[in-house]
Design a protein around this ligand. Structure first.
Ligand code: HEM
Length: 309
């Protein structure tokens, strides 16, 4: 089955669970922010990409909760998303799509489908069947790193969480030299979590109202950081975390200035797609990364009637 056909099946399975219609099939609940991206001088030594070599660029950031269920509560036990879109001088855009998890659950689109099935709610309880989840974990021990989110302290604010894009990309410099990297988006003010019992007292829209309140007071800056692969680090496996001591370079600053009012209104369709790269950046062979284009495109088609170009 080709990616496009399999993506239809995957999105069917995801939507059957969440009931999301007219919205993103996953990460349905979110808020779009206005931002400016400014590269650091160090960025140009790693990649010749236009946004890494020039001056400040217009950008958007969308913060989101992981599930496809908009009405879900504050849901402290799920991953949060931070998607960054940078507007390029040629009129195109390039995206970085990241989550609060240290690694992804699965290595392949087929295993993602198994994961969705294993987590399907048992009609008798409304909860996933623990036996099905345990069977999945037994067959996919690599998912345990990501599933650790269940035990981690919840995010206090979208603006105080650190996000990882998990896949490897290849940065290419002006001389054609290639460097395998992974992106991280880190709040310049530091990471803050909240004890689980305190989080449980918060209302379902806590993260959204908190975001609006903090941005009304002042802009918030995230560093765009890349870690650089060491010898033997896996380049095609988003379940594998690279060792802590890998070299890290801050390649830019994302200043988030407020809630965005200029996009995703009046029929405007905004898509954050991790395969949307530009000259100076190439995709690794990670099968999840390469499949995401078809999966996101299928979700966009269902929520907007449009197939992204
Ligand atoms: C097979 C694996 C995956 C599938 C099938 C999948 C599916 C989806 C879909 C259908 C959407 C909604 C797209 C739209 O309508 O615009 C979405 C959004 C999102 N996904 Fe994934 N995803 C996968 C892997 C990942 C990974 C590895 C990450 C993190 C690195 C991630 C982070 C996000 C984020 C942050 C959003 C929200 C983007 C936004 O704000 O528009 N996903 N995903």
């Amino acid at each position: 089955m080709d990616d496009e056909a399999f993506a239809k099946d995957v999105i069917d399975a995801v939507v059957r669970e969440s009931g999301a219609t007219g919205l993103r099939a996953l990460h349905a609940k979110g808020t779009l922010c206005a931002a400016t991206f400014t590269p650091t001088p160090a960025a140009a030594s790693l990649s010749r990409a236009a946004h890494l070599t020039g001056g400040p660029r217009r950008a958007h950031v969308r913060f989101s909760n992981g599930s496809g269920v908009v009405g879900a509560d504050y849901a402290p036990r799920e991953g949060r998303g931070m998607a960054l879109k940078i507007y390029l001088p040629d009129g195109m855009t390039t995206d970085v799509v990241a989550v609060t998890l240290p690694a992804f659950f699965v290595r392949t689109p087929e295993a993602f489908m198994e994961f969705v099935h294993a987590r399907q709610a048992d009609p008798a309880t409304g909860e996933p069947d623990p036996d099905a989840v345990n069977k999945f974990i037994g067959e996919h021990p690599e998912s345990l790193t990501a599933l650790g989110v269940v035990f981690a302290d919840p995010t206090d604010s979208y603006l105080t969480a650190a996000y990882n894009a998990l896949h490897t990309y290849l940065f290419e410099d002006a001389a054609g030299h290639s460097t395998p990297i992974r992106y991280h988006l880190e709040p310049a003010g530091g990471v803050v979590t909240v004890p689980a019992d305190e989080a449980a007292q918060r209302g379902p829209d806590h993260l959204q109202t908190d975001l609006a309140e903090r941005l009304a007071a002042r802009p918030v800056v995230f560093d765009l950081v890349v870690s650089i692969a060491g010898d033997g680090d896996p380049l095609d496996d988003p379940t594998a975390v690279w060792p802590e001591d890998r070299s890290r370079t801050v390649i830019g600053h994302v200043e988030i200035t407020g809630i965005a009012t200029d996009r995703e209104r009046d029929g405007d369709v905004l898509v954050f797609d991790p395969t949307r790269i530009t000259d100076g950046i190439a995709l690794s062979d990670d099968p999840i990364l390469r499949f995401r284009r078809a999966a996101y495109s299928e979700s966009v088609l269902r929520r907007s009637g449009l197939r992204p170009g």
